[in-house]
Design a protein. Structure first.
Lengths: 469, 469
């Protein structure tokens, strides 16, 4: 009975931290994109042990547990959908542990801390957690979705920066398990913790993580570069990587439509003399060395001058680091002004990246001529936010139309060896596409994922993703 | 029946590639350390499909399958031990796939290629696989053991550099499964492939991997540094990392006894004027930039001069990159001259690293005064090869003595939050220590590892590690 659960959970967590039905604050049910969800109850446990007890109570009373961090996810994994059967478990109050080890440059931290909280506290020590995003998720949510972000080229994704996890399991209900000792180098166990990274709240609740930190760079040099043609983009990329390797901290690609969205409301004349290119690259170098020892701006500028003379680069904006990143981070917002955004979070082998752009655009022109393509993203990692705008003038986009559109493009992604979720992870929003993709690419993956999921959660009570076929 | 297996396996792989009992070439049974093993048969399949068929045949005939790469492992995972029940499956002839993608800087490669083969072929493209070891293992063996090596500080371990795997499974016998599409950025599936990294040949046979490559550095600067005292080592380390971050490609620690072993037979006067320090640090900076753009040697030298004046550094050897690395790589060999080497592959939180050295040495002095400690290793990663020499003069080391010695030190490792296998992985040689360690640290890990192992290999027919309690 729900009422029994509520009474027991309130006794454990306090009245103020358990709410039900219509009394649940809307922000817990309204995701960043998509329609609002619903839940039978919301619990905000104030400690790891409270969380374990809440899970025990929920499972005993037949509720499914949907973990939620800062609710910034883009695949609906943290947004519950069952008004009678879902307990929404927010990790917002899991903030007890914040243990900084300056010598190991690691942080052991409760999963409820937000990325911005963490980086603010680290700045005083000249450190940061270098998985750099536009959003401000909880660290637990970042681990549950293995986020990548704009500096992955240099620092890797969350997986590459996670050293240990603490999880609360569904079976036996409420069991606390620590996976890893937080060491930089350790090969003394099966890699069970890896399963939880990118598990989208399935398998168990992440209550604490130990992450690697990086020294804050002492300088950055940023350029927004217009190549002579899109055919030059990857040769330029290969040249930059071979030349500067570990100094390259971002290499983003931005289509003309995305540039326009990012510059919405600004004076275009400041950018490329008002002649926006069809495609631009955002290139960032960074280093721990100060500019007196390594002049990154001069390095970047010298290279650009050479490429300008060789004809591979048409124009570039320099000495405007903040304005360039500002443009980049305003793209999503700028697109929303123009209509309904359909965002595909893809990655492709670099050799097929431009082919996908061209074939995807051609497919759209045939099947959805009203859609405007405005792709951008982490080109250096093969990542592409293949974002499209369904203009306000085209009327409402039906669920069937969106499904047809997504399916057509996802089939092309599979054909070219790409990923349908480069960095956002898997949630209800991608459940069907996930099955279809692996059904095309390697169906055995679905069978094995189901077997492993059943080990951790035999009754399907944790999270909303069914990893099986 | 073994004879039936042999006949069928020979029909599939060819007479020359299946041998039995005494006809097995000794190198397949003699590991780099420890006594020789034994096997009922050895098969060298010449392709992924032959390997799958061999596994099917072996399991049908009741044999256990022990995968072996280049047989350089240090935990006996690839050395079989059952003269009637073990099929030794060597991946030596799995060399069909070598697909280099220069734009993605990835290599899809059959598991039988050796690290040296791979790096020789890559050098022409200015690339390398940066997991850098003294030994020359197969790439499949490296993945199965998640090797770390001397440049892990900059490039990460095998896990951080593996993008996809192909495995052949035990149940259903011979099933081929591809885990991952080889993309730099992909969050579209459960991280099943991660389980196989560091699995020591259990769970399944690795037949192919896709790995990340790095540009070859254009310069290195190396110094062998004598600190004023061991108390200065980690402050110097922290300073170096905060100062140079991504440029630091190695930071090794070498005890005086290990220095002497590495310099065995050389003119000591060339090193620190013959006054070897109690402890030395090998520091390497490297960069893709040429020295004209970034003078690494000057950077390192300038810093050392400052630290010399401040009194934290007593002396340093510079401009002798090859001689310094030569010393480092000769340590293990130099120790073997002095007696029987007992090697512990540890890592520790950096704050406990020196405490472990001191307490470990004190424990040895009390319980095994005849043992000479000669530790060295990847200090920057918290790694320590806590190697000891049982001198020839002390007579034979009994199995019971070695066990007591290992157990005493492993208990101290657990107390200080360390790992009993930093980079060598787990195999029969560490099976008991593995159980004891996790029994002390987090017993639940053993239960969960068993459950996961049973999913992949329900009848315990793959590899030699039992991950359970």
């Amino acid at each position: 009975m729900l009422s029994d659960f509520l009474a027991e959970a309130r006794a454990r967590c306090g009245e103020a931290h358990v709410s039900e039905g219509a009394a649940i604050e809307p922000r817990y049910l309204q995701p960043a994109r998509y329609a609002a969800g619903q839940a039978a109850a919301l619990a905000l446990p104030g400690s790891r042990d409270e969380a374990a007890d809440v899970i025990r109570l929920a499972l005993r009373h037949g509720l499914r547990v949907v973990p939620q961090g800062a609710h910034t996810g883009l695949v609906r994994a943290g947004t519950p959908d069952d008004a009678s059967g879902d307990l929404l478990l927010s990790t917002e109050r899991l903030r007890q542990v914040f243990e900084l080890d300056l010598l190991d440059r690691t942080l052991r931290v409760s999963s409820g801390f937000k990325l911005s909280d963490i980086n603010e506290r680290l700045a005083a020590h000249g450190l940061w957690f270098p998985v750099d995003l536009s959003a401000d998720p909880s660290i637990g949510g970042m681990v549950a979705h293995n986020t990548g972000g704009t500096r992955m080229l240099r620092y890797g994704d969350v997986r590459a920066n996670t050293l240990a996890l603490e999880v609360v399991l569904a079976e036996p209900a409420g069991q606390v398990l620590r996976l890893g000792q937080g060491l930089q180098k350790d090969n003394s166990a099966m890699a069970l913790g890896q399963l939880f990274i990118g598990s989208s709240g399935s398998l168990g609740l992440i209550t604490e993580v130990t992450i690697k930190l990086a020294p804050l760079p002492r300088q950055r040099a940023v350029a927004l570069v217009a190549p002579a043609s899109t055919g030059e983009v990857f040769p330029l990329y290969a040249d930059v990587m071979q030349r500067w390797g570990g100094l390259v901290s971002a290499f983003e690609g931005i289509s003309r439509a995305a540039l326009e969205a990012g510059l919405h409301g600004q004076d275009l004349a400041r950018w490329f003399d008002g002649q926006l290119p069809d495609y631009a690259m955002l290139i960032e170098l960074s280093s721990e060395l100060p500019a007196e020892q390594l002049a990154l701006n001069e390095l970047l500028q010298g290279w650009l001058e050479g490429e300008f003379e060789s004809g591979r680069v048409r124009d570039a904006v320099l000495d405007a680091d903040e304005a360039i990143w500002g443009l980049r981070h305003r793209i999503s917002e700028g697109l929303r002004v123009r209509g309904k955004v359909i965002g595909l979070d893809l990655s492709l082998p670099r050799r097929h990246f431009m082919a996908f752009r061209e074939r995807g655009a051609a497919w759209l022109a045939t099947h959805f001529p009203q859609v405007e393509l405005a792709d951008f993203g982490h080109l250096g990692d093969g990542g592409m936010h293949f974002n499209m705008v369904w203009p306000l003038s085209a009327g409402a986009l039906s669920a069937g139309q969106e499904l047809t559109l997504r399916e057509g493009l996802y089939a092309l992604v599979a054909e070219l060896g790409g990923s349908i979720s480069a960095e956002h992870g898997v949630g209800p929003q991608l459940q069907a596409a996930y099955r279809a993709h692996w059904g095309r690419v390697e169906p055995g993956v679905l069978d094995w994922a189901r077997r492993v999921q059943l080990v951790w959660d035999p009754h399907g009570r944790m999270g909303q993703v069914d990893w099986g076929p």
